[in-house]
Ligand binder design. Sequence first.
Ligand code: FEO
Length: 391
Amino acid sequence: MKPLEIKNNIFWVGAIDWNLRNFHGYLTQRGSSYNAYLIVDDKITLVDTVKESFFDEMLTRIKEVIDPEKIDYIVSNHTEMDHSGSIAKMLKIAKKAQVISSPNGEKGLLKHFNQKWNSKVVTNGESLNIGSRNLSFFLTPMVHWPDSMVTYVEKDSLLLSNDAFGQHIASLERFDDELGLAIAKEEAAKYYANIVLPYANQVNKALTELSGLSLKLICPSHGLIWRENIELIIDCYKAWAANKTVNKAVIVYDTMWHSTEKIAQTINQAFVDLGINSRLMNLQFSHISDIMAEILDARYVCVGSPTLNNQILPTVGAFLTYLKGLAPKNRIGLAFGSYGWGGQSISQIEEILKESAFETLDKIKVNYVPHALELIEIKEKLIKNLKEVQK
Ligand code: FEO
């Protein structure tokens, strides 16, 4: 449990959660880390803490650097308990420490801990001198909560970005170039798709606000520190916040007796025939958070369900609720499915896609089992429609 000095007198003192597999419904196959950073200057500052159950791990790392009683400031960039959960325990040791947060952060911490602390509220752009360094605070509301802010250390060109630019990865490697860009980028995209996607306007505002800063390290509160690929991850955030898509389809479905699956495969073949990249994702085997990672840059989202008791299958209903909340923009949707009688599910899917501001292609609805000729007709009609859209 050694700390890591990431810059002269700035240490990573966080915790690694090797076993985390579910982060409020987000499948975290690679675990996660809660990154806290200790800045040792005339005044000693801890930026963010860790989930409460990991307090001892953080404390052990801090003790390797300084006596934790000497901490002067605890910066809370974000109230969510994976970052602020250890503040109360920390204050029992660092008794003189002042808690620094945004105005909404102060309110949120009070609601979560129901304790009055020695606290200081900072406004956007405000700076705090800690000796040889100034810490500057920039409010980034809704990236991820209304209280979110980031802390910039000008002397070291270092941004403590909290949830922004984060990835759920548990690893001993602390830097993007150590674990490899492919994993870092994949997990950053999944993180954005499942956590940050609804807040594109706020991300754009934050990117504009931070665009003038010199950046040598971006230190998020989950996963790897960006060192070698700073420009790349900022460009990714710009593209994701602009809801830029590529010519790619994601076909999401569940099936009872394989009829809806046959339609899904036919839709897939239509995209393939047109040279459009396509992903078939059966909800019995693919997790909704992995599906959202694929949807992040997909122009087409096709959703299929048979009708069960006059409704969408529950798995597809859950996916649509998740999709609607994450609200990707500039997408083209397609509802499809089979039915025995009733057949309400297909129109219900289409309705939800429209409510989510998707453009929609003609829905595909098949009674009982689609036969070979029907599937050929479905494919030909879809190819025709797609050619129109692609013009
Ligand atoms: Fe990692 Fe919004 O907390």
